[in-house]
Design a protein around this ligand. Sequence first.
Ligand SMILES: Cc1cc2nc3c(=O)[nH]c(=O)nc-3n(C[C@H](O)[C@H](O)[C@H](O)COP(=O)(O)O)c2cc1C
Length: 386
Amino acid sequence: MIPRFLPNTLARAFSRLSPKMDLPIHSLSHKNRLAATYPWTYSPLIISAPMRVISGPDLAVSVSLSGGIGFIGPGLTPESTALDLAAAKSLLPSTNNNHPFLPIGVGFQLWNGSLPHASSALATHRPFAAWLFAPSTEGGQSEIDTWTTTLRAASPQTQIWLQVGTVSAALAAARSAAPPDVLVIQGCEAGGHGQANPHGSGAGFITLLPEIADALQTANTNIPLFAAGGISDGRGAVAALGVGAAGVVMGTRFLASKQARIRKGYQDEVVRASEGATSTVRTQLYNHLRGTFGWPEEYSPRTVVNRSWREEREGVPFEELKRKHDELVAQGDGDGAWGPEGRTATYAGAGVGLVREVRDAGDIVREVREQTCAIVKMLGQLADSS
Ligand SMILES: Cc1cc2nc3c(=O)[nH]c(=O)nc-3n(C[C@H](O)[C@H](O)[C@H](O)COP(=O)(O)O)c2cc1C
């Protein structure tokens, strides 16, 4: 309703904006379809990211049993996925035994993944969703299409999710011969691997997601967009819903969950670290210290910094950093491996400063959902008073 005291010109401008707003905010429009597709979930949808090795069966099942969608991450070997899915099945209540699908998802990295192992794991265990990420530089969208088509043939009801970090990647996927069912829009705050930017900067989901929503609207496609990167509590989740996300993905927050498959020193450091803007950086250094080479140049990982990074900047040669790193790793999960004076990889996002305690994963899901609903209600009052 237009307030009566508004001058005519203002009132006309107001009526152009209201009651119908033309910004694409799809947070609500996919609600019923998503609820029907993932029938055990509650809205707003909270998702635990498929973090390599760390997101195991315990974490994925705990998140899904709390009304979210839990993902198992890529494993150490291509065979790990089927083993993890089998383990997840055994953790689910026996009431699920007669259901043909597992109420969890599973993640794959394309550039070094094994499509035959992935499709066989899907055909055998039938998770509700498969999350694809990081095709090779040469393969690009056509590699994603091959994975999508092959996985859909192996398990037709499994929904295909694709994580992207640019407008062009989102558009290419939406226009492709095999579009995904969900696009996860990963902002630069995200922990672990994400879009590398040659200039050292990047875009958070708060700008990336609405720009992608606008581009997809122009391209006439209507794929639900989920937000990832820096979301650690209800405040971040509301920000994501506010820019049009239909669901909220968290990785770093679940590093500090009881069900994460993570070393204690790593988890302690995630809880300790603060000021993600300065205590985390994107660098290939820790990949290389761990002996991981070959990531496509489009990606780099965000990590909490420690001595390895500081000394690299001071000019210490890589060989020396590697020797010191390997010595620490050889000592096992000792106190010295992680922390400001440690040397090992501590992949985590810029939201690390908001993660202050290790909690049960189910409690995290419930709490973030409740916080989100409470904030949305509060903001409703704000709108009423304007
Ligand atoms: C330790 C760690 C490992 C990750 N491994 C993967 C992975 O194997 N595949 C993937 O698609 N994303 C991976 N991610 C990125 C997540 O999918 C997601 O984008 C990210 O966790 C969201 O940002 P946040 O960590 O700030 O919540 C990883 C993230 C972290 C923190």
